[in-house]
Design a protein around this ligand. Structure first.
Ligand code: ZN
Length: 465
């Protein structure tokens, strides 16, 4: 299946054929993670951990089940999630007095505990995160990593003494996003969601969107300013130095396995996956290329090179299966391994390895005494060209539109006065979603495409995944 012929079919094929996911589990939207996919997700998680830990956020774990009465405290939040909740109502022979729900997200699991943890200004800021599964009953067509019912989720939660401190946390979140996206070689846009599309209960929401090759936007992360919308109903107050009691200001940061979906969708090609070096379970593949009569010597020497590369800290695999080298190349190319080292008679006799890049298929000679720098430089270059390629194709999918009808595949930028009535009209007439207004981009003066009012407000409209 060619990616350009049918992106959607191509996506379903590459994720299943290359052991990222196994959809044969008998619950729709709850897939098995085979080793290769799970390891890739864990590596994405380790980048997120590094970014959070570096800034003093602490990793925690809260229970999966939330009592119904605890969930019910913030009205907007309940309205937003009610239709998506999985319930546990029985245990053994007993009907439960208070039904329990599987976390769709963990605000309502955490906040009653925050109200106990936080006493005074000395307990602030509180900055924690967890990497867990969450559950949402999706009714739309499911798709691996992109729309599932059991979601691998990363959620950061913070509490602050003031609105300004919470705002500065959100600026830091954007910095974290920048670093993570760079490691995943993903271009993205930060878009302030509309009032009718923000996170249930939030003051405002920033969506982080990336553009898929079929011209549809995919939200890969979101950042929320709650102000005191949750701390008041959940009674999360702190005592100021002057003895007064105040509700904390809160933010959250959510990311999910959709980041892996975006990596697959954006970097892959007709052959299969291309995984960025930073999250590839195998960064370097070593393949012996034996010749008649010297098979044993060549495989032995190749194994020594594998040991050397592995001990340099690269995630390395030695493929000495009894199949033709060409079949091995194809097998690992489909799985997106960024770099392959071919080691045959000539390489051994002359003391070099032949490195083949997955992204460009270019062959590069690396001297055996220069493996660390040689491999490191190429992996680095692969990452930058993946990012460059992805940025170029995303920028080809950005358009200015002067009316809502006939939007193109990609981001469509149009003047919008900001009123809900006009926004809903834009969605209706375009058939796309109004993602919101871009953050950090100033708009040109124009006329709202619906009401004609002079405005410098901008709407980004796109079809979504
Ligand atoms: Zn308008």
């Amino acid at each position: 299946m060619r990616k350009s012929d049918d992106f959607s079919e191509w996506y379903n094929e590459v994720v299943e054929q290359n052991e990222l996911t196994d959809k044969r589990y008998p619950i729709k939207g709850m897939n098995v993670w085979p080793y290769y996919g799970w390891k890739t997700w864990l590596l994405i998680g380790s980048i997120v951990r590094r970014e959070f830990d570096l800034r003093g956020h602490q990793e925690v774990y809260f229970p999966l089940l939330i009592p119904e009465d605890q969930f019910q405290k913030e009205k907007e939040h309940i309205k937003g999630f009610d239709a998506q909740v999985f319930w546990v109502t029985r245990a053994g022979d007993n009907e439960l007095d208070i039904p329990l729900l599987l976390r769709p997200t963990s605000e309502t699991a955490m906040y009653p505990i925050f109200s106990v943890w936080i006493r005074s200004h000395a307990d602030l800021p509180l900055r924690i995160y967890q990497i867990v599964n969450t559950f949402r009953y999706e009714t739309k067509q499911t798709r691996a990593f992109i729309r599932v019912r059991e979601i691998q989720f990363i959620e950061g939660h913070t509490c602050h003494a003031s609105y300004e401190e919470a705002e500065s946390q959100i600026r830091e979140d954007l910095e974290i996003m920048k670093n993570i996206a760079e490691e995943l070689c993903l271009p993205y846009k930060v878009i302030r969601r509309t009032e009718w599309d923000k996170f249930p209960g939030a003051l405002y929401t920033y969506g982080v969107d990336t553009m898929l090759p079929d011209g549809r936007a995919l939200q890969i992360a979101s950042i929320h300013q709650y102000r005191t919308n949750f701390s008041i109903p959940y009674n999360i107050y702190f005592e100021e130095e002057d003895g007064s009691r105040k509700p904390v200001h809160q933010t959250t940061y959510g990311m999910s396995e959709r980041m892996l979906g975006a990596v697959v969708a954006i970097h892959g090609d007709d052959t299969g996956l291309i995984i960025p070096p930073s999250v590839s379970p195998v960064q370097v593949l070593v393949v012996p290329v034996p010749v008649k009569g010297e098979a044993e010597r060549i495989t032995g020497e190749a194994r020594k090179i594998y040991d050397a590369v592995s001990s340099l800290g690269f995630r390395t695999r030695f493929d000495d299966r009894d199949i033709r080298p060409g079949n091995k190349y194809y097998y690992w190319e489909r799985r997106g391994v960024p770099l392959r080292l071919e080691i045959g008679k000539r390489e051994i006799d002359e003391g070099f390895v032949t490195a083949v890049r997955r992204d460009s298929r270019a062959k590069i000679r690396i001297d055996i005494t220069d493996l660390q720098k040689g491999i490191g430089d190429i992996l680095h270059d692969i990452a930058s060209s993946l990012l460059r390629r992805a940025e170029e194709s995303a920028s080809r999918m950005e358009f200015d539109a002067d009316r809502p009808e006939g939007i193109r595949e990609g981001y469509n930028r149009m003047s919008w006065c900001g009123r809900e009535e006009c926004g809903k009209n834009i969605e209706e007439r375009s058939g796309g979603s109004l993602l919101g207004t871009p953050v950090g981009e100033s708009g040109k003066k124009g006329k709202c495409v619906i009401c004609g009012e002079e405005t410098d407000g901008i709407a980004i409209v796109a079809r979504t995944m």
